[in-house]
Design a protein around this ligand. Structure first.
Ligand code: P1T
Length: 387
């Protein structure tokens, strides 16, 4: 089980981003954590080893990443997985058949698909609520509710949930709060500080930041939950390879720098879009017109590079998407390069049209992941694409 060392939790974010979890290689002094590309470890004698037996259970490169991200989230334990979805699947194995979970109604399409199409077959039961309204979360809790799952801001509607309020409701009902922090990253929002029990990421996105791997990572404080998750990680085996773990570790060294630029570009783009198409059509928590801007300012210290825009019709959305030149039309987000997508037919295609309609995810919605290119070039690109 990867536990963060006390000194890895002190110091500023930028210093921890670069150093936490890492120390010079004891054999050579190499400053960068080696990629321990091995499946097993030679034992000194039967029952005697250096703490490493088989690489599904433990790998030093993976552990460096786990300690690094745990430190950034301000948590004691980190667990890296082979994808964000694999991470969530392993977290959900903390529950058992018959347990009830309350989930925000707008989550990444793959999260909904995992719950609705797969985990219900194993006896987990889900109620989806608009978690912007804490009363709706409270009303959905039952004696069998063991978990509350939220994304804040949500993918792609950029809706927020009050994390502290939600944690209070979950804990009053003996349930745990699980928060997907992929969109905001610990640089701008640390859910554990607001009472969340587990925070997790698709490391595929901002933590890696370079769109060159798929991964996930969970951070938590509770020792008992952590031991159970370590057991699941080893027993179910959705672990990342050491090279992918190393790529994320390289990414987190510049997380603070990248996030500042994503945020600057996001703010500038959102302001320009609001001017162009009307502020009620631009979903970005950093805009004063966002209905939850006050909450955003309370629990986030920046707003990042994710923006959604409702262009009214599918035809108009497709027209703009097909004309971009600097942005690339692709699923995913959080890389240094700007991406643009059509949630209804891409990331949220697994959500039935009627459900998309009921939560307000329209066919005219486009989603921008503003990268760290020049702000003027990005705005110029969207301007020319809008014609
Ligand atoms: O792709 P994977 O690493 O398995 O992570 C899934 C995931 C989890 N949580 C959020 C908020 C996500 O956005 C994602 C993946 N999302 C995309 C691929 C996308 O384009 O939205």
């Amino acid at each position: 089980m990867t536990r963060v060392l006390p000194d890895e939790l002190s110091g500023s974010f930028a210093t921890r981003a670069i150093h936490a979890g890492q120390r010079p290689d004891p054999m050579s002094g190499a400053i960068m954590t080696p990629i321990y590309q091995t499946s097993t470890y030679v034992q000194d004698a039967v029952g005697e080893n250096k703490g490493y037996e088989y690489a599904r259970g433990r790998n030093p490169t993976r552990e460096a990443l786990e300690r690094n991200v745990a430190s950034l989230e301000g948590g004691q334990h980190g667990f890296a997985f082979s994808s964000g979805t694999g991470c969530l699947d392993s977290i959900m194995k903390l529950f058992q058949s018959g347990d009830h979970i309350v989930c925000g109604e707008n989550v990444y399409g793959g999260t909904f698909r995992l719950f609705d199409k797969l985990l219900t077959r194993f006896g987990l039961r889900f109620t989806y609520v608009d978690s912007r309204d804490l009363q709706k979360v409270a009303d959905a809790m039952t004696p069998e509710t063991r978990g509350v799952v939220i994304e804040t801001p949500t993918n792609p509607l950029m809706r927020l949930t009050d994390i502290a309020g939600c944690a209070g409701i979950a804990h009053r009902h003996d349930a745990i709060l699980i928060v997907d922090n992929t969109f905001t990253t610990p640089y701008f929002q640390r859910p554990l500080e607001y009472g969340a029990d587990i925070v997790w990421h698709s490391t595929t996105k901002y933590l890696n930041g370079h769109s060159d791997m798929i991964g996930g990572l969970a951070v938590l404080n509770d020792d008992v939950l952590a031991e159970r998750l370590q057991f699941i990680l080893n027993a179910a085996g959705a672990v990342p390879g050491p090279f992918d773990a190393w790529l994320v570790l390289r990414g987190t060294k510049t997380l603070h720098l990248r996030m500042r630029q994503h945020d600057a570009n996001g703010r500038a783009m959102a302001a320009w879009l609001a001017d162009r198409v009307g502020e009620d059509r631009v979903y970005y928590p950093g805009l004063a017109s966002h209905p939850q801007h006050d909450l955003a300012k309370r629990q986030m210290s920046g707003f990042g590079g994710m923006i959604s825009v409702d262009l009214g019709t599918r035809e108009r959305a497709v027209q703009v998407l097909n004309r971009v030149r600097v942005f690339s039309l692709a699923e995913s987000l959080g890389g240094v390069e700007s991406l643009i997508s059509h949630p209804a037919s891409m990331t949220h295609a697994s959500v039935e049209a009627s459900r998309r309609d009921s939560i307000g995810l329209s066919d005219g919605l486009i989603r921008l992941s503003c990268g760290v290119e020049d702000e003027g070039d990005l705005i110029g690109d969207i301007e020319q694409a809008m014609g």
